[in-house]
Design a protein around this ligand. Structure first.
Ligand code: MG
Length: 253
């Protein structure tokens, strides 16, 4: 049976569900097909062998070989960061790198490693960052036995929200973020219609749970929203520390 208005069926199901909460003895006879909907079918995606491997519909932004999907934030030229083995290493002073493609709502997997040799402290130790849409920073930092301000440690939405827990591995160990990002939406006049939201798993542990982002990341002062496109490039930050990245893939939603 084809249901042409599945949302109406779902609404009806919710109403029915609410009713059942109050009336456990309500009769359950009639046609069970009324609460089924078949179209559209759920799209099939072949999962990777592990949760870290890119699934079949992911865009691989860095797979260990080349930087063709990236450019320099400074002048749009080819990205200058080094490739060492299968890792991409921040080359201090060359600036951040931007994806050539722009993204809005997305699922992002990214692995990162702070230097095994611990140098510096607080914000100076293994600092980089993942800027969704080039504007909203999910902090990358060596936060293993390294106290800093809580809303500036690994897993924080920088200068806004600390992570729910510190799930950091030690320096020199590979770590992963799995991110679900909802882009902000602006009215035509530039006013904010709906803010950005983010869910983050750090090494498989939930650290941001559908967090509402206050605005573009600011080092000084309070964040605020400036209107921008529905899709913007992803940026990785050059904070001067040789942080490594690998296995970066994204699924636009
Ligand atoms: Mg940073």
């Amino acid at each position: 049976m084809i249901i042409r208005f599945p949302h109406l069926v779902m609404s009806a199901s919710l109403v029915l569900g609410s009713f059942v909460c109050f009336a456990q003895t309500a009769p359950r006879n009639g046609d069970p097909k009324l609460t089924e909907y078949w179209d559209p079918a759920v799209r099939i995606v072949t999962p990777g062998k592990t949760n870290a491997d890119p699934p079949s519909d992911a865009i691989v932004l860095f797979g260990g070989k080349d930087l063709s999907k990236w450019k320099s934030e400074k002048d749009g030229s080819d990205a200058k960061w080094k490739i060492e083995g299968d890792a991409l290493v921040v080359t201090g002073g060359t600036g951040g790198i931007l994806t050539r493609e722009a993204f809005g709502d997305c699922q992002l997997h990214i692995e990162w490693r702070t230097p095994a040799k611990v140098v510096g402290e607080s914000q100076g130790r293994g600092n980089s960052g993942i800027f969704l849409m080039g504007k909203y920073e999910l902090q990358v930092l060596d936060s293993y036995n390294n106290r800093t301000y809580s809303n500036g440690q690994a897993g924080s939405i920088y200068k806004q929200f600390p992570p729910l827990v510190n799930a950091s591995r030690g320096p020199g160990e590979w770590q992963a973020y799995d991110i679900i990002f909802t882009a902000p939406v602006f009215y035509e006049n530039g006013a904010l219609k709906s803010p950005a939201r983010i869910t983050v798993f750090h090494n498989g542990v939930l650290v941001q749970n559908n967090t509402t982002i206050w605005g573009a990341t600011q080092y000084v002062g309070t964040p605020n929203y400036e209107p921008h496109g529905a899709k913007e490039p992803l940026m990785l930050q050059d904070h001067g520390n040789p942080v490594a990245y690998r296995n970066i893939w994204i699924r636009p939603i």
